[in-house]
Write a protein that binds this ligand. Structure first.
Ligand code: PLP
Length: 413
């Protein structure tokens, strides 16, 4: 649902309060929330407080004192994903989550040249590279699912590709290099309709925290998420949703003594998603992640996405008026990730000009998602990713700099 320039923010959020809650707003215009968002101050205060406790009484003792709160972080994340905390495993990044799922699937399977793994065309490099390794060493076939005419994963095409040899389906919910939103729930339904045994892995790294995600409705076996992007948690945190099927059929490999107990007769595993966790964690970071999730829950995911949609829609409208700029975002429904390039000015030069003006955005290049970049003839792009605390004035300033750097005047929003 794209916004036009006449639409207003209907989120009901108190932007002045959101900015007061976010200390970094006084320093920078941060439009790189798809990279690593500005956290609310409560996140950093929570982390520092726990680190101070570790300093004063010892790490294990600080953990014991925070005990209950640490355990309820998984419940908060479960609430964010409309599921139970027992289906949530903590990790250190989206890739860490993904790898734990992927290795467990591989450990339970007998892969060979007949094995097929299907992936969305916008898949993130770290999700594709392990499959390429399996291709090189075991002959596994990696196949990319075509996009439909709107530019998102074509559900019908995926259905026609399914057979008993498809071991896994990998879908990027919101790519980092495009504002599209892939139809992950429709894909989940298609897999169920086809009674496919393929494991369904959804990369929800860029979607969770900016839009409502119902893990069960998506129908995925795993959803992998990072803490530092739209969730606004600390760096070095992540988590994943594990489906009941994943928990009943898969073992993490290698097992860690957090989720697996060495018994006199062998070993036993936890039945909940903690079986996928490592014993050692930064508990300060985990608590900070919990504070970030609770902050989002208090605002409400519908309100958060309404504001992000408003800001990103307004930004796309303004950018579209700058001569020579092409807004690259595909799909009918769009995320808060706004991507564009210019017919004659390099993306890196635009990003540098914005940086000089105190505006953080990022540059995208093909090694993050080769298939997507090649298919659309894009060699680099500028990515602008607003969050709830950004303002229309900040976006106007951003577009002014783009306009100046690319040598043209732009209409005021
Ligand atoms: C879509 C997507 N998936 C996965 C990742 C990897 O996340 P992490 O660096 O937390 O492993 C990123 C990071 O930018 C991403 O944008």
């Amino acid at each position: 649902m794209a916004l036009d320039t006449h639409q207003q923010d209907k989120s009901g959020l108190d932007v002045a309060q959101l900015r007061a809650d976010t200390r970094g707003c006084t320093e920078v215009v941060h439009l790189n929330n798809a990279g690593s968002a500005l956290p609310p101050s409560v996140v950093i205060d929570t982390i520092v407080e726990h680190l101070r406790l570790e300093e004063m009484i010892g790490g294990y003792e600080a953990h014991a004192r925070a005990g209950d709160r640490i355990n309820t972080v998984r419940d908060s994340i479960g609430a964010l994903l409309d599921t139970s905390g027992s289906n949530i495993a903590l990790s250190t990044s989206a890739t860490d989550s993904w790898d734990r799922a992927f290795v467990a699937i591989k450990f339970a399977s007998d892969y060979g040249p007949d094995t097929r793994i299907l992936a969305s065309s916008s898949e993130y490099a770290s999700n594709v590279l392990p499959v390429m390794q399996l291709s090189r060493h075991l002959g596994v076939q990696l196949e990319f699912i075509p996009d439909d005419e709107t530019g998102v994963t074509d559900v019908g095409a995926l259905e026609s590709m399914l057979d008993d040899n498809v071991a896994a389906v990998l879908i990027n919910h919101c790519p980092s290099q495009n504002g599209l939103i892939n139809p992950v729930a429709a894909i989940g339904h298609a897999l169920a309709r086809a009674q496919s045994n393929a494991w369904y892995l959804v990369d929800a790294c860029q979607s969770v925290g900016q839009l409502p995600v119902d893990a069960v409705a998506v129908g995925a076996d795993f959803l992998s998420v990072t803490g530092r992007k739209f969730v606004r948690g600390p760096r070095g945190t992540g988590f994943m949703y594990c489906s009941p099927r994943a928990l009943s059929e898969l073992e993490p490999f290698p097992a860690d003594l957090h989720g697996t107990t060495w018994t006199p007769d062998g070993y036993t595993m936890r039945s909940d998603a903690q079986r996928f966790e490592a014993w050692e964690k930064s508990y300060a970071a985990v608590l900070g992640l919990g504070a970030a999730v609770d902050y989002s829950l208090a605002l409400g995911m519908d309100a958060i996405f309404t504001r992000i949609e408003f800001l990103s829609g307004a930004l796309r409208s303004m950018l579209a008026e700058v001569p020579g700029v092409a807004v690259l975002d595909r799909g009918v429904d769009k995320s808060g990730i706004v991507t564009f390039n210019h017919e004659s000015v390099e993306a890196a030069e635009i990003v540098a000009a914005l940086k000089n003006a105190g505006i953080n955005v990022s540059v995208g290049t093909p090694e993050y998602s080769q298939v997507d970049y090649i298919a659309h003839g894009v060699s680099s792009l500028v990515r602008v990713s607003p969050h709830v605390f950004n303002t229309v004035e900040e976006l106007e300033r951003c577009v002014e700099i783009v306009s100046d750097r690319t040598g043209s005047a732009t209409a005021r929003y």
